[in-house]
Design a protein around this ligand. Structure first.
Ligand code: ADP
Length: 496
């Protein structure tokens, strides 16, 4: 025989134990639980209720629940009681209650009937949960949504269509010119410019198939008044799991930027066209001028060779001038042709070792350097840059030949060096020559501009204009300043 089983508690005792268990659960609940009788008098009050409402159990029990209800919500309480008496449950009913200190609090209520011994409803038990923080968070989010300075819309994602708008903020209604109600009745596709629709349709297709989770696009949207407005639109899916169902769109008005861009583009295209026309003009003019010039020179030569004796001394001098000037004009035309070809014959950019092209330039200039007893020193390494080797060689040739030409009393000493800084290389060609008046320094880079007469120093006035064009074409700058030890320092900056 086994141990005798402990006796089962008798009926009344069992009820007492169960009620004690229930009471313990109610006491320790995090939700405020109170009960009230049919007259709305509070009959029980747990610790969480004390924390939530500020009344102790002693203060609350025996009082009417009216102490918790804001005056404007009295009707609401009657309605809850009516529903409970009708046998309904009231769950997660969001409302506002008043604390002992008078402050209000957002709560979610669940109410259920308390049955008396006779089975009839004897009262109501109410469970309340503080939802003020989530309400506040929602309120803040709503404020951020409504007050955002960019248009925001939540819309449904439907395969094969632009979806339907669900919720839009104030800025979105301002951007499109339609009220929220009007927008609910239009499809976003109807507001999209036909030229942008196909591009966006593909993106939406990818969004609804799950191939992408967001996209950004510059597009035109139709305002209610019929204008097309350029906007920057980003669309991101809101669903993180399952098939894509809804998305949020952010829209930003970029019409001003677009207008400025197209104006700039127009100005750039105009500039490019007039530059090209000018180059073409310079090319054609100089090319066509060359022919009569060659004839002019030929006749002048024949005149001086065959009819020299028919001319007196003055006539021979004048003829000499004609030949000199024709020669000078030919040099100018050749330089002008070179200048216009710099633009029209743009070659592919390649890596240019400046030390290498400098060497080539010095080879060509060697006889001039010898003749002037000059010296060209290269100080430190020179960089490699992107561009045209022939043009950089020309650049060095022009600068160094000027340094030799515009020499002072002493033998010419030219120094070439480079330094690096601020994302660019600055290359300097310094001389010990006659120097340049800084007030006139800006002019010398213009076409045919010279600071000296032909009798002092021969030249066409094109050398530095060609240098400037070469540097410009390589997105650089060129300028001149007095060299530290007298003479001129020509410097050009090139992007790295
Ligand atoms: P050109 O040498 O044929 O006169 P450039 O365009 O090369 O034409 O130069 C324009 C003018 O700038 C020159 O006539 C001269 O007055 C001045 N210049 C150029 N290089 C120097 C230099 N190294 N030193 C002093 N003056 C110079």
């Amino acid at each position: 025989m086994g141990e005798p089983k402990p006796p089962e508690p008798a009926g009344e005792e069992r009820v007492a134990i169960e009620s004690e268990h229930l009471a313990a659960i109610v006491r320790s609940s995090d939700d405020a639980i109170l009960s009230k009788d049919r007259d709305a008098t509070i009959t029980s009050w747990n610790e969480a209720a004390e924390r939530l409402y500020g009344y102790t159990a002693k203060e609350a029990v025996g009082n009417s629940v009216a102490i918790l209800i804001p005056p404007e919500r009295r009707g609401e309480e009657l309605e809850i009681v009516r529903r409970i008496l009708a046998g309904e449950r009231v769950e997660h009913y969001e409302t506002v209650r008043v604390r002992k200190d008078g402050t209000r609090i957002a709560v979610s209520l669940t109410a259920s009937p308390i049955l008396g011994a006779d089975g009839a409803i004897a009262g109501v038990s109410t469970q309340a949960r503080d939802v003020s923080s989530s309400r506040e968070a929602q309120h803040r989010l709503r404020g951020a949504f409504e007050g955002a300075p960019i248009g925001i819309a939540v819309f449904s994602v439907e395969p094969g269509s632009f979806g339907a708008l669900h919720q839009v903020n104030a800025e979105m209604t301002r951007l499109l010119g339609y009220s929220e109600e009007e927008l609910a009745a239009v499809s976003p596709g109807e507001l999209t410019h036909p030229d942008d629709a196909e591009r966006e349709r593909v993106l939406i297709e990818e969004l609804s198939s799950g191939a992408r989770s967001s996209y950004g696009i510059e597009k035109r949207n139709r305002h209610k008044d019929g204008r097309w407005i350029w906007v920057w639109l980003t669309v991101s899916l809101l669903d993180t799991e399952g098939p894509p169902r809804s998305a949020v769109a952010h829209m930003f008005d970029i019409s001003e930027r677009k207008a400025a861009e197209s104006e700039l583009e127009l100005a750039r295209a105009n500039l490019e066209r007039s530059n090209a026309e000018l180059d073409q003009f310079a090319y054609v003019a100089s090319h066509d001028l060359k022919e009569p010039l060659i004839l002019l020179s030929a006749y002048a030569r024949m005149l001086s060779e065959r009819h020299r004796d028919a001319l007196d001394e003055e006539g021979r001098t004048f003829l000499g001038h004609v030949r000199d000037e024709a020669g000078r004009m030919k040099a100018m035309i050749d330089d002008l042709l070179d200048y216009s070809r710099l633009q029209t014959r743009a070659e592919e950019a390649q890596v240019v070792e400046l030390s290498h092209v400098l060497e080539l330039a010095l080879k060509t200039l060697a006889p001039r350097i010898d003749e002037t007893q000059g010296r060209v020193d290269v100080e430190g390494p020179l960089p490699a840059v992107q561009g045209s080797p022939a043009q950089f060689e020309r650049l060095f040739r022009n600068l160094i030949s000027n340094a030799l030409k515009f020499r002072g009393e002493e033998a010419p000493l030219v120094t070439v060096s480079a330094e690096h800084g601020n994302g660019e290389w600055i290359v300097s060609v310094c001389d010990n020559g006659i120097g340049i008046d800084p007030a006139k320094a800006g002019r010398i880079f213009e076409v045919f501009q010279r600071l000296h007469g032909q009798e002092e120093y021969a030249g066409t006035g094109m050398g530095l204009a060609i240098c400037k064009r070469i540097v410009d074409r390589h997105r650089g700058r060129i300028w001149v300043e007095p060299a530290p030890e007298g003479g001129s320092a020509f410097r050009f900056a090139l992007p790295e």
